[in-house]
Write a protein that binds this ligand. Structure first.
Ligand code: ACO
Length: 326
């Protein structure tokens, strides 16, 4: 056995804004129904940030809970990575705003933009610091105010998204180089920029100077999702040296219940092993995986030592998966 440094997830936290918007609430001003949304997506409600609540506030609330769970304090944090596509400002990065609001010391702080896959990408980036002993206490946060990007006249998109944040603390831990080690054990990250038109926001600082609205060819994205995610899950499991069947819990990005079921069927995964939050949270983009992780840990299903598989696909297209032992 060789001694290796692993990036261990030592604390998890989540935050959802107080305001809950049900499908019936949306049906008051969009031509839709609770029945259609539940049947096609599995979503029943979503949370929406208050008008004066920037995404950094959501990120800070989730980060505080993750630090508390890890038994760490803000003054120990030396790396902050925020996965988001809905930053407070074009710059600075949300991560530096979180650093200031939490009162963390001078360190490394930046954002990762990979839309719904952002949290998996950000974990991989954090692994590059932590497993090389370049960070002793990292915060990896997925935080989004997706409702700010909605065209509320487009029923094909505005019913799908919600706001929230999730965070994990990542710290170096000695391992033996085996799959019994605690920590991030395998990744598969993918991007295909030729599929941009399937899912994008039609604004930006260097095009029209606008924030823009989310545009999606939902059924086309859906067609790619099950195939792409399944491939990434298989590749991440191979990278970690495990069988997909040995995973204790699947913690997927929460876009559509039918995608979750399709991936589970394709890979022979028992649906009882899939953490599902989209009925209450809807699609919170980069926040959805850490929020689902937080849910599973806090309700006692996910336990220390469990093998987890995280996966996501989103705008870009980007997609990816991560194997970790908690
Ligand atoms: N209420 C009622 N009817 C609706 C609604 C709605 N909210 N939205 C669409 N419809 C109608 C359409 O107009 C269409 O009507 P028509 O047949 O008269 O033209 C009909 O329902 C079917 O539309 P489809 O788009 O084909 O419906 P589909 O079954 O594909 O479901 C959905 C749409 C839910 C968007 C699905 O395609 C999906 O979930 N796609 C994947 C989304 C995803 O994973 N995105 C990636 C992550 S997001 C990110 O990265 C930011």
């Amino acid at each position: 056995m060789t001694s290796v440094l692993r990036s261990a997830v030592t604390g998890v936290g989540g935050y959802l804004p107080d305001r809950v918007v049900t499908n019936d609430d949306l049906a008051k001003f969009v031509d839709t129904s609770d029945e259609w949304i539940v049947e096609r997506t599995g979503i029943r409600q979503r949370h929406q940030a208050a008008d004066d609540q920037p995404v950094s506030d959501l990120a800070v609330a989730a980060a505080r809970r993750a630090l508390e769970a890890a038994g760490r304090t803000p003054d120990e944090v030396d790396l902050i990575i925020v996965a988001t596509t809905t930053a407070d400002l074009t710059f600075p990065a949300v991560a530096t705003i979180v650093q200031r609001k939490l009162g963390c010391p001078v360190g490394i702080a930046f954002d990762v933009q990979a839309v719904c896959s952002g949290f998996v990408y950000a974990l991989s980036v954090a692994d590059g610091f932590v497993a090389r002993n370049r960070s002793q206490c990292a915060l990896v946060i997925g935080a989004e105010t997706m409702t700010r990007l909605m065209d509320w006249t487009d029923r094909g998109t505005c019913v799908l998204f919600g706001d929230g944040a999730g965070a994990v603390v990542v710290e170096p831990r000695a391992g033996e180089g085996t799959t019994a080690d605690r920590g991030l054990l395998g990744f598969a990250l993918r991007a295909d920029g030729t599929k941009q038109e399937l899912l994008f926001v039609d604004g930006g600082p260097s095009t029209n100077g606008q924030v823009g609205k989310l545009r999606m060819q939902g059924n086309q994205v859906f067609r790619h999702a099950v195939v792409n995610i399944s491939e990434a899950v298989t590749a991440a499991a191979a990278d970690a040296g495990i069988e997909v069947s040995s995973v204790d819990w699947f913690v997927p990005h929460q876009a559509n219940l039918r995608i979750l079921q399709g991936v589970a069927r394709r890979l022979g995964i028992d649906e009882a092993k899939v953490i599902t939050t989209l009925d209450r949270h809807a699609n919170t983009s980069a926040a959805s995986i850490p929020l689902a992780l937080d849910q599973g840990v806090r309700d006692g299903r996910i336990k220390p030592g469990n093998m987890l598989l995280l996966e996501a696909m989103g705008g870009g297209l980007t997609w990816g998966a991560c194997v970790l032992r908690l």
